[in-house]
Ligand binder design. Structure first.
Ligand code: TA6
Length: 331
């Protein structure tokens, strides 16, 4: 296995293992030591580590690893329904199904393979699914790790039905943070902030799930966390930054085909009410999801939708002004 990216054997950097339920998991590695683990249960990314081996995604110590329940953490896929916006189970059924590895999927843009370790997953509806959601589809998910250790998820939903259908969608991303609570203390005569803030959603409208999905407008400053939050931000930019001051780390979220962003933290009270979540764990997580919710995606027969998410981690000196989306956006 070569050490310069050019000779890095990406195929060999893909390992299939089994979890204790006998469900396949795929581990992807990058030349510099980053890795990600994807479970075929839900097509869910369940771990993403940087080249120092540090975990970047939150997983609850009380997470239930027993299908069909989705694991509390990582990046569950909400499809074909986000939340309780419809008659299906919360967040749809895709996160509770076992996906298959697809060896030869229809091609993606060459840049989506070059220099990356990746795996292609496929979900088709079962007879049971068709009873509750009578629409034939093919959901292809490519999970890849760039040579820099960035995590890329590409979803392609194709309507192979006889008639149009609509769906909503989210990459329910549990980001691991140092301490979500905004606080300041004095250290060596200077004020030290422990703070997690989201940049890029300022002044946007949002639907507040804590207030009957009523529509409000965000203030002009970055979002910080002082209480439970459960919002869908609308018509958001393609680049969002989640700054974790204490860890001097910024998650840069680039997205395409995903106009909305969900921001969720259950805070104290709801944390205590969730079986598969520790009472204090709300301090270590922030869900910031690339999503398509407000205007459901409608596909005519034969049509296909693509939703891309790319998450990279950069030193915190970076802030949103520096984030130029153009290199990401496809021609
Ligand atoms: O994304 C926000 C949300 O819809 C919240 O309302 C909360 O329920 C969260 O998802 C987690 O949902 P889950 O079904 O995974 O418990």
């Amino acid at each position: 296995m070569g050490h310069s990216a050019a000779v890095w054997d990406h195929k060999a950097a893909v390992e299939v293992t089994k979890d204790w339920n006998g469900i396949d998991q795929v581990v992807l590695r990058s030349p510099r030591g980053s890795s990600t683990r994807v479970s075929l249960h839900g097509g869910q990314v369940i771990s993403w580590r940087n080249d120092q081996g540090e975990e970047l995604l939150f997983t609850s110590s009380k997470a239930i690893f027993k299908p069909p329940k989705a694991m509390r953490g990582g990046i569950p896929i909400c499809f074909p329904q986000f939340g309780n916006r419809g008659s299906l189970e919360q967040h749809g059924f895709a996160r509770n199904r076992v996906w298959a590895i697809e060896e030869n999927p229809p091609p993606l843009h060459p840049n989506d393979s070059k220099g990356k370790s990746f795996v292609d997953l496929l979900l088709k509806p079962s007879e049971e699914d068709l009873k509750c959601w009578p629409h034939s589809f093919e959901f292809r998910l490519r999970v890849s790790l760039t040579s820099d250790g960035d995590l890329v998820l590409i979803s392609r939903v194709r309507n192979i039905n006889g008639k149009p259908f609509s769906f909503s969608f989210a990459y329910h991303s549990y980001l691991l943070v140092s301490d979500i609570r905004y606080s300041s203390c004095t250290y060596k005569h200077s004020v030290v902030f422990s703070e997690v803030r989201i940049e890029g959603l300022e002044t946007l409208d949002y639907l507040d799930n804590l207030c009957h999905k009523e529509r409000f407008t965000e203030q002009g400053d970055a979002i910080t966390f002082e209480s439970e939050i459960d919002r869908v931000y609308l018509s958001t930019p393609n680049v969002i930054a989640v700054l974790d001051h204490e860890r001097k780390r910024t998650f840069v979220i680039r997205k395409e085909g995903l106009p909305d962003v969900v921001v969720w933290n259950p805070w104290e009270k709801k944390s205590k009410a969730m079986m598969d979540f520790g009472d204090e764990e709300y301090k270590q997580m922030a869900c910031v999801d690339g999503a398509a919710i407000e205007k459901p995606i409608t596909l005519k027969p034969g049509e296909e939708w693509t939703g891309r998410l790319e998450i990279s981690v950069v030193p915190s000196s970076f802030c949103s002004e520096n984030l130029d989306p153009s290199p990401f956006l496809r021609p």
